[in-house]
Write a new protein. Structure first.
Length: 417
């Protein structure tokens, strides 16, 4: 390439980049309009483009009716709220900066008592960031992140030191995580998230209620660390196969309930890491784990969980453990196992004999990670069969369900008021 051609090519590239970050020619500055709005009043934006970044420092309503677009300059956050009692409604927000250090976002909230609803955010690094925000409602928004590799993206939703907020019926796509850090007493319900790293990442955030959320095509579904009194109910996690690949991961989150969830086609359906002290309790009830590579994986000490009325179907391995004794203290009752080999001669829908999971030679791949390559191979299956016929080691009992439920059987849980 000649110098002239190279110069022309470089100039064309610079012009294209400049055009990409240039504001729309007819755009109006948004900040003067906000400054001119009286405290507590409503600023209704006519259709058109408005220039960000902008900051709201007083209670007010900013309403775009779905036709007003706020365009950032590609540096920092597009719209920041530094007051109490602000409503953001019907806005199209685009083009945040790309700095994870600054947490460049479409919307940054501080204060309390906000309502953020029916907004559409595109080309933003972080979507909606609640920074020390309390008692606010975020609902029916759509967030679509920047076209970056998952590890380089920001969180579609980020709560830091935020309490008693409701995050409901939002659609998140192409982002890193939905993250809660040091944020107790929040509720996430009816949200959808796909194409991310962690679907829901919860750290030091006790008493979270996460219900009816749908997380699909993320590296890992729901990860909860050091967050007791959690409720996970009625969620659907599917296709979590990378970055650890578990549908639900719980580590040292005592006194929690995991109920009525559906976990499909993940590397691991439910992964539990129980504290050494074995304190607290965990209720795992009425969930469906299907088509996972491993249905349940127990890591750590004995545990103190109660597993009732769950259904396990078409998992490559139903239960795996990190070492003998892991998960041995969990209590089981009324679960449905597709690998149950007993009979139901009295036809009451309950197996006549208990269901037990014993690990023979098939635990080699659990204790020796290098042997995982041979899992379910003919050689390992043959070794397992020979050991069952003529045991040369004692098997490890992983679980004992005294009343396994057969398909279609009503349990005490289902029939109780």
């Amino acid at each position: 390439m000649s110098r002239a051609a190279a110069a022309a090519f470089t100039l064309a590239g610079l012009c294209a980049a400049a055009a990409a970050i240039a504001p729309p020619p007819s755009a109006r500055a948004l900040q003067p309009l906000i400054d001119a709005t009286p405290t507590g009043a409503t600023l209704s934006l006519p259709a058109g483009d408005y220039l960000g970044p902008a900051t709201i420092g007083k209670p007010m309503v900013l309403d775009g009716a779905g036709v007003a677009r706020i365009v950032g300059d590609g540096h920092g956050s597009v719209l920041a709220v530094r007051a109490d009692g602000v409503t953001l409604r019907g806005l199209r927000i685009e083009r945040s900066g790309d700095s994870t250090d600054r947490i460049d976002a479409g919307i940054v909230l501080q204060g309390r008592g906000h309502v953020v609803e029916h907004n559409a955010l595109d080309d933003v690094l972080f979507g909606i960031h609640l920074q020390g925000t309390n008692d606010s409602l975020v609902r029916n928004n759509r967030v679509h992140g920047k076209a970056l590799a998952p590890g380089l993206r920001g969180d579609a939703l980020r709560l830091w030191n935020a309490r008693r907020n409701r995050i409901e019926d939002n659609a998140f796509e192409r982002a890193r995580d939905l993250t809660l850090i040091n944020s107790p007493d929040n509720r996430l319900a009816g949200n959808r998230f796909r194409d991310g790293r962690y679907g829901l990442h919860v750290v030091f955030s006790p008493r979270l209620a996460a219900e009816r959320n749908r997380l699909e095509h993320t590296g890992t579904g729901i990860v909860v660390l050091y967050s007791p009194q959690l409720v996970l109910r009625g969620n659907r996690v599917a296709h979590a196969l990378t970055d650890g690949g578990a549908g639900i991961v719980l580590k040292e989150s005592d006194d929690s309930t995991v109920e009525g969830n559906e976990v499909l086609h993940c590397a691991v359906g439910l992964k539990l890491d129980t504290p050494v002290e074995g304190r607290g309790s965990l209720v795992v009830r009425g969930n469906h784990f299907a088509h996972n590579i491993v249905g349940l994986f127990f890591y750590g000490e004995a545990g103190a969980g109660q597993f009732d009325d769950n259904r396990f179907s078409h998992n490559l391995t139903t239960v795996a453990i990190s070492a003998p004794g892991a998960g041995s203290a969990h209590r089981w009752r009324g679960n449905q196992w597709d690998e149950y080999q007993g009979l139901d001669l009295d036809r009451n829908g309950i197996g006549d004999t208990p269901h037990e999971v014993l690990l023979w030679a098939d635990r080699i791949w659990m204790e020796r990670p290098m042997a995982t390559f041979f899992r379910n191979s003919p050689a390992l299956e043959l070794l397992d069969l020979l050991e069952r016929l003529a045991p040369f080691t004692s098997p490890v009992r992983v679980l004992h369900d005294p009343r396994p439920r057969l398909h279609g059987a009503a349990t005490e849980l289902e029939t109780s008021p």
